[in-house]
Design a protein around this ligand. Sequence first.
Ligand SMILES: NC(=O)c1ccc[n+]([C@@H]2O[C@H](COP(=O)([O-])OP(=O)(O)OC[C@H]3O[C@@H](n4cnc5c(N)ncnc54)[C@H](O)[C@@H]3O)[C@@H](O)[C@H]2O)c1
Ligand SMILES: O=C(O)[C@H](O)COP(=O)(O)O
Length: 387
Amino acid sequence: MVKVNCLNPISKVGTSKFTDNYEFTDNFEEANAVLVRSAAMHDMELSDNLLAVARAGAGVNNIPLDKCAEKGVVVFNTPGANANGVKELVLCGMLLASRDIIGGNKWVENNKEDENINKTMEKAKKNFAGNEIMGKKLGVIGLGAIGSLIANAATELGMEVYGYDPFISVDGAWRLSSEVKHVNTREEIYKECDFITVHTPLLDDTREMINKDTIAMMKDGVVILNFARDLLVCDDDMIAALESGKVKRYVTDFPNAKIAKAKNVIATPHLGASTEESEDNCAVMAVKELKDFIENGNIINSVNYPKCDLGVCDKVTRITICHKNIPNMIGQLSSAVAAEGMNISDMVDKSRGDYAYTIMDLDSKATAELVEKIEAIEGVIKVRIVK
Ligand SMILES: NC(=O)c1ccc[n+]([C@@H]2O[C@H](COP(=O)([O-])OP(=O)(O)OC[C@H]3O[C@@H](n4cnc5c(N)ncnc54)[C@H](O)[C@@H]3O)[C@@H](O)[C@H]2O)c1
Ligand SMILES: O=C(O)[C@H](O)COP(=O)(O)O
């Protein structure tokens, strides 16, 4: 029985796809597979039972990817599965920043007992007038699953869109509307745009990319949207820019104690992916990835191990090996198999950074001796008999 632990509530549309060979446990230590959303895993002890973690979502900064890789724990995420949910909220954020919809709505709430509200509102409404987004310039930093959807949608709304992503994937580039102006530096976005939205992962080189120096390059009255991660923006610098009016509005899905009370902030409580559709999509994709890994040893959409897929095993045995990406590993693995008098009928080995992964299909049943031999090879991290 494969034991699955959910560290966050995960949509039943996904979890119901587990078959009778799987059972849920509340005990992280005994789990073979973990499903997680934003729960912080950095301080958690990883037991030897753990084979895989699937993040039902995009951002993996809550998961210790290297620590997992060192223990042979494969971490997955669900690229694009919640992108539309975030796109819609970002479009909403742009509109909320352009027109005082929130102020107007509060006014109605405060005056709801006024019998003549239908008349008094006609005088009050001048206080909530705003601007339209059509014709304005939007800069999108990070043109992945979310950024590209926003860029395309904004062109449809009549905005002039600038996109920046030095690492854009081929698929990402194909997805992008030809209306989007591709720029080669973030500075062009900072200088030109009325709205700037960030959609990169939180990495060393993106941490606090919005700070006093970059804000200084921007237009007066710029609107900044952050639906990616709080630490992409320097809080103190943002608060100063909001105070001075340099930044007209900061729309964020990641408020903290400082930002929540700052002037001209429009904040939501990390709601980007909190739609029924996104939660279902992420859960279904995460469970599919876990099942394919547990049942076939295949790795698809991992963020710490390479993509490695040998389909469904139709041979007698399948063994998988998580190992260090070092010379002569394949030679040693095949020698170990040969020494046991066995034949490899199919094999794939892929590497990613310091780590690599091998799937081997054999014509005869794997023995405990073979597993021991492979485990003894220097650089081998985890050996698993899948079939
Ligand atoms: N608010 C929410 O609920 C919510 C939901 C989903 C994702 N997110 C956040 O949004 C981020 C993006 O999600 P996604 O699904 O679009 O991911 P993605 O991996 O599809 O896209 C990220 C893009 O950022 C680009 N990038 C990386 N470093 C960059 C840099 N220095 N400058 C410019 N571009 C850079 C990558 O090339 C990639 O195209 C996630 O990492 C996550 O932190 C938030
Ligand atoms: O990175 C993500 O996918 C989002 O931040 C969503 O996080 P959540 O699943 O905790 O809502």
